[in-house]
Ligand binder design. Structure first.
Ligand SMILES: O=C(O)[C@H](O)[C@@H](O)[C@@H](O)C(=O)NO
Ligand SMILES: [Mg+2]
Length: 382
């Protein structure tokens, strides 16, 4: 069916999640945030939706790039539409970002699922409908009852195992924590967690992203003694050669890149350079489900796992449609007292009507008081 309209709406909802300057989440007082929802509509009224920050789908980006590529096109031509948008990035003065490509690509996949009444992972080609989730902690903090000490991490790890997690990833202390970063404190937290959960739980770390080579190496060597499964983003991922240097010296698997630019092309370079042992992709990191799948399949060709970054239904579709990743990342989790305990393993089931998961998310969020929020729609130009 032919695409006839692309428009953005935004809505307000409350959250206790606060982000710091590195993009990490921390618990805090409830506050109101604005979220964006992109909709792609076809001539017969079918719609596909996806969420992103409103600035990612602002009128300038939709009018100057997205609508020019999509409107009048067959909604099923996701590969060509993605390539056309990706090629336009070079001349967009950095205005057409990977995050915009991601929200457009995900809305096109959602649209295809709704038209065919199928969950997206089944359209891609399902591999599984259950996957183990690892608990991905929030970063360390200086909050009473939070993750302020190594023992706090140990206690929280026990609580996560009690909820059924078989894997835990620690995001350790980073600025704005006053004394962070600190390799010795990172290792204390990791040791406390290993002590608390025993040898059979998979443990990983996602550390301060700007350690020096020597600090990152010291951290990696310490983790090897604790039997960790991987070390993630301890240095700036723009320096692939630093990761090559570190991977050459460590036995613990190096996982990445998460935040490095360059989509699946850059990840191919990391594989070629031996800069990682486990690859990483994520719908929001590489520009959508389409390039995330390209990354997964490329990793598979090299006999490598590729772990998918972050929550969301879109990342879950990629995990459910591929063999070479072990986990779904469930996070970021803070040790909040009111956590509802769910029975059984925290496996994330891709519901048979997985699309409804997207549809449910596509409705404007409801306020805590349960009434529908007033979505306001950017008036389509022209
Ligand atoms: O909000 C996020 O995605 C985090 O800050 C991100 O960095 C974290 O999810 C991560 O690194 N996971 O591996
Ligand atoms: Mg990470």
């Amino acid at each position: 069916m032919i695409i006839t309209d692309v428009f953005a709406r935004s809505f307000r909802h409350t959250t206790r999640r606060h982000s710091d300057s590195a993009g990490h989440a921390h618990p805090g007082p409830e506050h109101e945030v604005v979220q964006g929802i992109l909709t792609i509509r076809t001539e017969d009224g079918h719609e596909g939706h996806s969420f992103a920050p409103p600035e990612v789908m602002r009128p300038h980006v939709l009018d100057k790039y997205v609508k020019k590529v999509l409107i009048g096109q067959d909604h099923r031509d996701r590969e060509r539409l993605w390539q056309d948008l990706a090629h336009w990035q070079r001349g967009s003065a950095a205005q057409l970002t990977d995050r915009t490509l991601a929200v457009v690509d995900c809305a096109l996949w959602d649209l295809a699922g709704r038209v065919l009444n199928q969950p997206v992972y089944k359209l891609i080609g399902g591999y599984r409908d259950k996957v183990l989730a690892y608990g991905s902690t929030m970063c360390g903090d200086e909050i009473e009852g939070g993750l302020a000490t190594a023992d706090d991490y140990g206690r929280f790890a026990e609580a996560l195992v009690a909820r059924g997690y078989k894997g835990i990833k620690l995001h350790t202390w980073m600025p704005p924590v006053s004394w962070a970063p600190d390799v010795k404190m990172d290792l204390k937290a990791c040791a406390a967690v290993r002590e608390a959960v025993g040898p059979d739980i998979s443990l990983m770390i996602d550390a301060f992203h700007w350690y020096s080579r020597t600090d990152a190496l010291a951290l990696g060597r310490g983790l090897e003694k604790l039997g960790f499964d991987w070390i993630e983003e301890p240095m700036d991922e723009q320096s692939m050669s630093s990761y090559q240097w570190m991977a050459d010296q460590l036995d613990i698997p190096v996982l990445g890149p998460e935040s490095a630019a360059g989509k699946h092309w850059q990840r191919a370079e990391w594989v070629k350079a031996g800069a990682c042992d486990i690859l990483r992709t994520g719908v929001n990191d590489v520009g959508g489900i389409t390039p995330a799948l390209k990354t997964m399949h490329m990793a598979e060709a090299f006999g490598m796992n590729c772990e998918v970054h972050g929550n969301t239904a879109m990342n879950l579709q990629v995990v459910a449609a591929t063999k070479n990743c072990r986990w779904y990342e469930r996070g970021l989790l803070p040790p909040v007292p009111r956590v509802r305990r769910r029975a059984g393993l925290p496996e994330i089931a891709v519901r048979p009507d997985g699309r409804r998961g997207l549809r449910a998310r596509a409705r404007p969020a409801r306020s805590r008081r349960g009434h529908r929020l007033r979505p306001h729609r950017e008036q389509p130009r022209g």
